[in-house]
Ligand binder design. Structure first.
Ligand SMILES: Nc1ncnc2c1ncn2[C@@H]1O[C@H](COP(=O)(O)OP(=O)(O)OP(=O)(O)O)[C@@H](O)[C@H]1O
Length: 368
């Protein structure tokens, strides 16, 4: 555990009833001042992790530490944690100032202190001048900022955000992504953000935890997770991917169907069955006789910055291609790619084994 660790989960499990375990043996370590994202589909246990950190409930087994101290039984109001809820949970009958001041009034702080703290929090979210506004008169984005001001006014060490952007339209959502990230950096606090939106997670986080049915599949920086997914589930969940089955031939050689390709992977068993990922942007369109792979173009869509082509090889594998070049639907084309574009995933490899294996390849193996 580093000195900078603020939250640690040790073998944490949680069951709401006798039949189902919604969190299975979660181990995680979060550092002070970072932006973390819990990412996964609905029902995978993201909110349950937040509730455990907030102290709204206790783990069924395992230990949760805050700044090195066991907090399993510390009540929510004694934890240095505040939550921004999905629906913001603002009080409609109170104005902006009173919404932000609410917790401070409960703590019975003096009038002057309250005023000073509320204004400071409103400054952080650019809402000075809106103190007297009713919540009903605020836009979705402004309500969101009031909810954040209310969470930071107590000066908590950790701010939990449970899908706080899901009620906003697409444009506002991406504006708020910038704002939240920037706010977190200005405050220097630990943010733990929950989303099922992988783009949001990639854009905002220092570190992402990808969850699947109550377990952490993989954790790492957005780049690590995007470039080096541990398995099909993560590769599929994060970004668009071409995922196919393959076989390791020898070090640096992998087979897809009956074709062999150069790769950067080594140390696997000959004839070992593997899963293979190639990202659509790593495939380059070339003349049919020049590419490493020959495919037929099925559909082509213009996506603004690139064309998105759906293509098929002779064996019926689909290869999605993102390219600035276009091709004719129905045409046979070649696809070219670097050996580093092939990402080999062993079946059933643990995160520890996976990290060790990639480390052994050296820094540059996956640098494109
Ligand atoms: N109070 C509860 N009682 C019983 N089961 C619950 C309770 N809260 C959550 N669950 C169940 O626990 C599992 C995990 O729920 P959780 O809310 O943590 O998931 P989530 O990943 O946050 O999902 P979402 O994105 O839909 O909010 C789900 O199967 C859910 O139905």
């Amino acid at each position: 555990m580093s000195d900078n660790t603020i939250i640690r989960f040790e073998n944490v499990t949680k069951s709401y009833d006798a039949e189902t375990t919604v969190l299975k043996n979660i181990n995680l370590e979060l550092e002070r001042g970072k932006f973390y994202t819990l990412l996964g589909p609905s029902g995978c246990g993201k909110t349950t992790i937040l509730r455990l950190i907030a102290g709204f409930m206790q783990p069924t087994s395992g230990s949760i530490y805050f700044n090195g101290k066991l907090i399993n039984n510390v009540p929510a109001n004694e934890r240095q944690v505040n939550t921004v809820f999905q629906d913001y949970a603002l009080f409609p009958h109170l104005n902006v100032f009173e919404n932000v001041a609410f917790g401070l009034r409960i703590k019975k702080l003096g009038k002057k202190v309250i005023e000073q703290k509320v204004i400071e929090a409103l400054k952080f979210v650019n809402l000075v001048g809106y103190e007297k506004r009713e919540i009903a008169e605020m836009s979705g984005g402004q309500r969101q900022r009031v909810a954040i001001a209310r969470a930071i006014v107590n000066d908590p060490e950790i701010i939990l955000l449970d899908e706080p952007l899901s009620a906003l339209d697409l444009k506002l959502r991406s504006e708020m992504q910038y704002e939240l990230r920037e706010l977190q950096q200005r405050l220097g606090k630990t943010f733990i953000f929950v989303t099922h939106d992988q783009e949001e997670a990639l854009a905002m986080s220092d570190e992402i935890f990808v969850l699947n049915e109550g377990e952490i599949e993989q954790s790492g920086t957005p780049m690590d997770i995007y470039d080096e997914p541990i398995n099909r589930y993560v590769a599929d969940f994060i970004g668009e991917s071409n995922i196919v089955s393959g076989t390791m031939v020898a070090d640096f050689r992998v087979k897809i169907g009956d074709k062999e390709f150069e790769c950067v992977d080594q140390g696997l068993n000959p004839n070992e069955k593997v899963d293979i990922v190639i990202r659509p942007e790593d495939l380059e369109i070339t003349a049919v006789d020049k590419g490493k792979m020959k495919v037929k173009v099925d559909t082509q869509l213009f996506r603004g910055v690139h064309y998105e082509l759906s293509t098929y090889d002779d064996e019926g594998n689909e290869w999605l291609v993102h390219s600035t070049k276009k091709a004719d639907v129905g045409a046979s084309i070649g696809l070219d790619f670097d050996p580093e574009a092939i990402h080999v995933m062993r079946l059933n490899e643990t995160e520890e084994e996976f990290d060790k294996r990639l480390e052994s390849y050296g820094e540059d193996a996956y640098a494109n």
